[in-house]
Design a binder for this molecule. Structure first.
Ligand code: HEM
Length: 394
């Protein structure tokens, strides 16, 4: 058995391709814990938050770090010998008491729990992702509003305020969605860079990177939510009255110009390709979202989970990026797209995804990939150096 396999999860390595998954569910860990403690696993919704309150800070910080740096003990490894990895997580008396408390006290919506529970944060893991999504949405909305509504109004006195509810919103949604998706995979790349730089997996990531990695599941789910909304908005384009009037006007213009056929071959291809890619991208995002549900993710082996969350995730990002690239088609070389010297939204949309995809391609180069694999299997550049120094002294 090679070193990597032998170590498996037990050494708590980041053999999980660590930062590349967005379903690092803390919930799974906490909910899986009673079984390991010999307590019947009967969690109630909201146990997680209560757990955070009751659990010692040691537990919190350890879990947060483990979350990123170790595969989940509760996950099916596909190897029964790995069951003893559960022993790796030890629980304090407080934690055991907390799970006992849940057995004896059954809270439901008809009871009002003590003040302690009322003061708890609502959805603490969603705060940062929601803030990022809201700020990005607001900025993109203002940007698009200025370009698509204010600019025509100021320059040609054209009234395009009707665009706000659907057309402007449907620029905000895909841009935010693809940016959030890129933000899911960016920390993985930074973490790989970090490990390559220090030549070890045993050095802890900086706090901000740890926090970012712990938010990947929420960022991914928000990205899926925005993408689904974008698909709904896009598919209702032909239903709009404004579109029907525009279509009639185009037809009238065509008759006036005595044109019999309005077919533009390259435009037809552009649309067929980018809509198809969008649908494929959304379908992959849906699979990623479903497999991030704890009950589903726990039924997968680590390899299956990693394959879906990492490989399929990158594929989804690639498809969505090509979708935006093909949507823009020949607008890439059209200087008229620059309004008030500002670039069009599709350029902004693909900026981060392209950076992430390029960095990932660099990390896939055999020399780097092999080194990362070695590091994640436990190889440590510093101990290796010490060993060579020792042998040279001897
Ligand atoms: C059923 C799936 C999808 C359909 C039918 C669809 C359709 C469309 C349409 C019609 C546009 C042009 C919008 C416009 O005229 O302003 C567009 C643009 C775009 N879509 Fe999608 N899309 C889908 C999925 C996705 C997904 C999953 C993503 C990424 C997460 C995405 C990202 C984008 C981006 C970035 C643009 C460019 C927006 C801009 O700056 O104007 N789309 N899509």
């Amino acid at each position: 058995m090679d070193g990597c396999k032998r170590r498996g999860w037990k050494e708590g390595g980041r053999d999980d391709g660590q930062a590349e998954v967005w379903a690092s569910d803390l919930q799974g860990r906490v909910w899986a814990a009673p079984a390991r403690l010999g307590i019947s696993p009967c969690p109630e919704p909201g146990d997680l938050n209560r757990g955070r309150k009751f659990g010692s800070s040691v537990m919190e910080s350890r879990m947060d770090q483990d979350e990123v740096q170790k595969p989940e003990p509760g996950r099916n490894t596909g190897n029964h010998n790995d069951s003893n990895t559960d022993l790796q997580v030890t629980y304090t008396h407080e934690e055991v008491a907390f799970f006992h408390l849940h057995q004896t006290h059954h809270f439901d919506e008809f009871e009002y729990p003590s003040d302690q529970y009322c003061k708890q944060d609502l959805f603490p893991k969603w705060h940062l992702p929601l803030k990022i999504a809201s700020i990005a949405s607001l900025l993109i909305f203002i940007y698009t509003f200025l370009r698509d509504v204010v600019h025509p109004f100021v320059t040609t006195n054209e009234n395009t305020f009707y665009k706000i509810p659907i057309l402007v919103i449907n620029k905000v949604l895909p841009v935010v969605s693809i940016t959030l998706l890129a933000l899911v995979y960016l920390p993985g790349i930074l973490a790989a860079g970090f490990q390559l730089h220090y030549g070890t997996k045993y050095k802890r990531f900086p706090q901000w990177l740890n926090g970012w990695m712990l938010s990947r599941k929420q960022l991914g789910l928000l990205s899926f939510f925005f993408a689904s909304m974008h698909a709904c908005y896009s598919l209702c384009y032909p239903m709009r009255r404004s579109y029907r009037y525009k279509l009639l006007n185009w037809a009238y213009q065509q008759v006036k110009q005595k044109k019999e056929n309005a077919w533009i071959e390259h435009d037809v291809w552009r649309m067929e390709i980018y809509v198809s890619l969008g649908i494929l991208g959304l379908a992959l995002l849906a699979i990623l979202a479903v497999t991030s549900i704890p009950s589903v993710s726990h039924s997968l082996t680590w390899r299956e989970f990693h394959c879906i969350q990492s490989k399929m995730g990158y594929l989804a990002l690639l498809l969505c990026t090509i979708h935006a690239l093909v949507f823009a088609w020949n607008k890439w070389v059209d200087v008229n797209q620059f309004v008030w010297y500002t670039p069009p939204t599709f350029m902004i949309a693909i900026f981060l995804p392209i950076i992430v995809l390029l960095c990932k391609s660099v990390l896939l180069l055999p020399c780097l990939r092999k080194k990362i694999q070695k590091i994640r299997c436990g190889w440590d550049a510093n101990t290796e150096m010490n060993k060579t120094q020792m042998t040279s002294r001897l």
